[in-house]
Design a binder for this molecule. Structure first.
Ligand code: HEC
Length: 378
């Protein structure tokens, strides 16, 4: 131990000598801290608690460098509880990326999954869905126990409950629990699509067969039943055909703009390929209420004189509510003039668009949407 401490001291000394002349490639990190961290990682049996200076440098480094390989390596090795909140925040921000899942796995291994459970109960709906998603990826056997209550109690938002179905469905135990809800008629109707997708694509033949007796996916325009999302993502589509489908009358351009064309009832989709994965794209089209984007909440308002206005929330202040209606018209409503207003739990986007599309058109459409990407700045 003494030897290591001496060794570290020597390193620190050398670091101090060289630090001034070392140019930092990551400006947020103190180059001294960086060298200490590299040293600490090289000393196989170094005890972080034995060096206050070393520990302080490691913590500073972790705070400045979330998500790097060294970040995860350091946390895995030293499990410093000081960074738990930061690690949870990082993971929630990157819930659909490998780094976020790796962070969540570390939270579980440090027995700090509570940080994720708190986010589910918190005020931010996007964080709540992110936390459920992370538990699904990192919770393993613990996932059903942690998330089944969300599904059976039905108090959480539809987006959270849908994410919970998907998360729980990643384990065999979870699939059994979902099947049990289905066969006993206790699964909420608004979760049918999500549950059908999981159970009808189960690798366990028994689950698949049993589920098929109770659940089926909606039919498409050519009277073919919709394949599960798991099957759809394996298919390749034709971009040009997809673009034509998108522009068909009454289909998508009546509500969405792409590169300046179309109406803006729903969000502009010009860069949607950079935002959603292939899987998320299918879910957004086939189960829109489950995937309501945080920024696109819809409200229904009734004015004093009985006018009903339904639209996307553009902005809200203490005094007013600005909605964009289904005709693409923006209306600013004084709250004092409203009899009532409430946030809608369902999307303005039709729930049964698959009826207007053949399976192939749907696949083509998604292929097209995935090409709509952010153009990186020159
Ligand atoms: C009646 C209007 C309407 C029609 C028709 C419609 N959408 Fe939507 N769409 C919306 C609204 C509103 C949202 C905003 C989020 C929500 O409420 O689900 C949305 C959201 C989406 C999203 C998610 C966007 C995001 O930023 O996450 C995608 C993808 C999408 N729509 C694709 C389509 C496609 C493809 C079609 C045609 C097959 C279509 N929509 C038809 C209104 C519509």
């Amino acid at each position: 131990m003494k030897f290591i401490a001496v060794k570290l001291f020597c390193y620190l000394f050398i670091i101090t000598l060289f630090a001034a002349s070392t140019s930092a490639d990551e400006p947020a990190v103190d180059p001294k801290d960086k060298l200490i961290v590299e040293t600490v990682l090289r000393l196989k049996s170094f005890d972080l608690e034995s060096s206050a200076k070393g520990k302080a440098a490691v913590i500073r480094y972790l705070k400045a460098q979330p998500g790097t390989d060294q970040y995860f390596e350091l946390i895995e090795r030293f499990k410093p509880i000081e960074i738990v909140d930061g690690l949870a925040a990082f993971s929630l921000q990157h819930s659909t990326e490998t780094s976020g899942v790796r962070g969540a796995e570390l939270l579980f291994s440090m027995q700090r999954e509570k940080t994720l459970l708190e986010a589910i109960g918190g005020k931010d709906p996007v964080q709540a869905v992110a936390a459920v998603t992370l538990i699904g990826h990192a919770g393993g056997k613990r996932t059903p126990k942690l998330l089944m209550p969300l599904i059976s109690e039905g108090k959480a938002s539809l987006a959270v409950r849908t994410a919970a179905v998907t998360a729980v469905g990643r384990t065999v135990d979870g699939q059994h629990a979902l099947l049990e809800l289905v066969t006993s008629g206790k699964l909420a109707n608004d979760l049918t699509f999500a549950a059908a997708n999981i159970l009808l694509s189960s690798t366990k033949a028994m689950i698949k067969t049993e589920a098929a007796k109770h659940l089926q996916l909606p039919a498409t325009a050519d009277a073919q039943p919709l394949p599960t999302v798991a099957e759809l993502v394996e298919r390749q589509g034709d971009v040009a055909n997809g673009e034509r489908a998108f522009q068909k009358k009454n289909m998508c351009i009546v509500c969405h703009k792409v590169k300046g064309e179309g109406k803006d009832v729903g969000p502009d989709l010009s860069e949607i390929g950079s935002k959603l994965s292939r899987e998320a794209m299918y879910v957004s089209i086939l189960d829109p209420s489950a995937a309501i984007s945080h920024n696109y909440e819809s409200y229904a308002a009734v004015t004093d004189d009985g006018l009903v206005i339904v639209g996307l929330l553009v902005s809200e202040t203490d005094e007013s509510l600005t909605l964009r209606t289904q005709d693409g018209i923006t209306k600013k409503l004084a709250k004092a003039s409203l009899d009532e207003y409430e946030k809608l739990k369902v999307s303005l986007m039709p729930q049964d668009l698959q009826k207007l599309l053949t399976v192939q058109e749907l696949v083509d459409l998604v292929e097209y949407l995935l090409t709509l990407r952010k153009v990186s700045a020159p």
